[in-house]
Design a protein. Structure first.
Ligand code: AHR
Length: 502
């Protein structure tokens, strides 16, 4: 099979915002406890944060980190997590049927975020709470001092404001599983009131209103329209969430998951622009794709879910998916989709970061290691700079049960004027065929190949585990040649590749 790609740095989609490479830490399972925080661990610092995890998070290249949920936030009282640790209450976490010890809260997480070099993005509880509590946590976090709540933060050992810029107005409020779920209209009224109140404190906050928990939701489309009609002038982003897994062994469709993400994004942009047109507004609403990943959700529902009224474990092993090579190829393709839409997707959060559907895994008292998905994220975050480019791609298609005919290859490129670097990210979705691709780079001028790396394995189900943490790594792709303005290379079946020209 062969394919042809043309790159022209003049065809700009939009700037690649660093916030596209965000992630998400929820109080869920072992993400916080035994994940980022394990005071007894050999690598723990003076705050109890695992040093090995901090190093891996830095290597991953994570920009923004959404916190503290997720479904968790819709029953959360932020005050429980601040002040002297020995006075913090233990609470039922209804979202994950666990006990929340509150040993980590806003102040601790702000310290950790700084250590890993990430921006903290905070979600307020609009499930069981409302305007006042959102104002309270905003005052606690962002006001310098001289008021009851800001002085409380100072007294709790955080003299400087946390200066949180991005705030999520609740989480997945369209989902019937969400505490406090209601109609789009009910949510939109509360979100609008909360947003306006928060802007009375600081008009420059960047506010994210809840879109749908997935394009498969029965209210998808209508939810976005109703919520935006009510909140359009008060917010900056609408959220999208999407998780993918193979259904009944249909890997052809699974490998094309990014087609679904593309359509999802296009639909939300169309809906937002429809509301803009009806209102005659000059302002555009962008997307915060603040939960995306491969997630074997069926396994959670069938095996992991805790329901007994007598069972409220602390930091149980939940959603600890082990990711294979095929998962990482789909994952890399989802990043390609996000970058392709960088004119309107200006923030995104990989859900999640440690242990819970995560690129980084830990064992209590033991090592931390990189899952297969770590690699496409780390490389894309490092290389995708400058602007994203519109490409001309000619390649064969194949048939999928879920999305009809889809291209065998998917690709995106970024161009960074400052460094002169062009990076191309490609996937081969074929289960059995190599693709010989020619990339016409004549419009880039006199360039040479500086880096070509692929994620591929003879066994597409290979994964990194506690027993074999380095089983899957990135490989060089020595088939790549640049001659007369054309890069020729071979993409193995079920593979993800990144190459850089400079
Ligand atoms: O990331 C896991 C869960 O998925 C989040 O808590 C929720 O928002 C979504 O349904």
């Amino acid at each position: 099979t062969s394919a042809h790609l043309t790159i022209d740095p003049h065809f700009i989609v939009g700037p690649v915002n660093r916030r596209l490479f965000g992630s998400f830490v929820e109080h869920l399972g072992r993400c916080v406890y035994d994940g980022i925080y394990e005071p007894g661990h050999a690598t723990a610092d003076e705050h109890g944060y695992r040093g090995d995890v901090i190093e891996l998070v830095r290597e991953l290249g994570v920009s923004t980190i959404r916190y503290p949920g997720g479904n968790f936030v819709s029953g959360y009282r932020w005050e429980d997590g601040v002040g002297p640790r020995d006075q913090r209450p233990r609470r039922l976490d209804l979202a994950w049927h666990s006990t929340e010890t509150n040993q980590v809260g806003l102040d601790e997480f702000a310290v950790w975020s700084k250590k890993v070099g990430s921006e903290l993005m905070y979600a307020v509880n609009l499930g069981t709470r409302g305007v006042q509590e959102a104002l309270d946590v905003l005052e606690y976090a962002n006001i310098r001092s001289g008021t009851a709540l800001s002085d409380r933060r100072v007294a709790n050992g955080a003299p400087e404001p946390h200066d949180i810029r991005m705030w999520c107005l609740g989480n997945e409020m369209d989902g019937p599983w969400q505490l406090g779920h209601g109609t789009a209209r009910d949510y939109a009224e509360l979100a609008s009131k909360t947003a306006r109140a928060m802007r009375q404190v600081d008009p420059d906050l960047e506010l994210v209103v809840c879109g749908s928990s997935g394009a498969q939701m029965p209210t998808f489309g209508t939810w976005e329209r109703v919520v935006l009609e009510e909140t359009y002038d008060d917010i900056d982003f609408i959220s999208c969430h999407a998780y993918y897994e193979p259904h009944e062994g249909d890997y052809d469709s699974f490998l094309a998951s990014a087609v679904n993400m593309d359509r999802f994004i296009d639909s939300v942009v169309a809906t937002a622009d429809h509301v803009k047109a009806v209102r005659g507004s000059d302002k555009s609403i962008n997307i915060s794709f603040d939960e995306w990943n491969v997630w074997y959700q069926s396994r959670y529902n069938e095996v992991d879910r805790i329901t007994s009224v007598d069972d409220w474990p602390v930091a149980p092993r939940l959603l600890e998916d082990s990711y294979s090579v095929v998962d990482a190829v789909v994952f890399g393709n989802l990043l390609i989709s996000l970058i392709r839409h960088s004119d309107r997707v200006t923030a995104a959060s990989l859900a999640q970061l440690v242990n819970v559907i995560a690129p980084i895994m830990t064992e209590p008292g033991g090592p931390a290691w990189r899952q297969t998905t770590f690699f496409p994220f780390a490389v894309t975050s490092r290389l995708a700079r400058g602007v994203s480019l519109e490409l001309k791609l000619d390649c064969p298609t194949y048939d999928t049960g879920s999305y009809g005919q889809v291209p065998v290859v998917d690709a995106v490129a970024t161009f960074d004027e400052e460094s002169g670097e062009t990076s191309v990210f490609l996937v081969n979705r074929s289960m059995d065929e190599h693709v010989a691709i020619d990339i016409d780079v004549r419009m880039l001028g006199d360039v040479s190949l500086s880096e070509v790396r692929s994620l591929h394995d003879e066994d597409m189900h290979a994964a990194n585990t506690l027993q074999d943490p380095d089983r899957v790594r990135l490989r060089g792709n020595d088939t790549a040649r640049l001659r007369d303005g054309t890069v020729a290379l071979s993409l193995p079946p079920v593979s993800w590749t990144a190459l850089t020209l400079v």
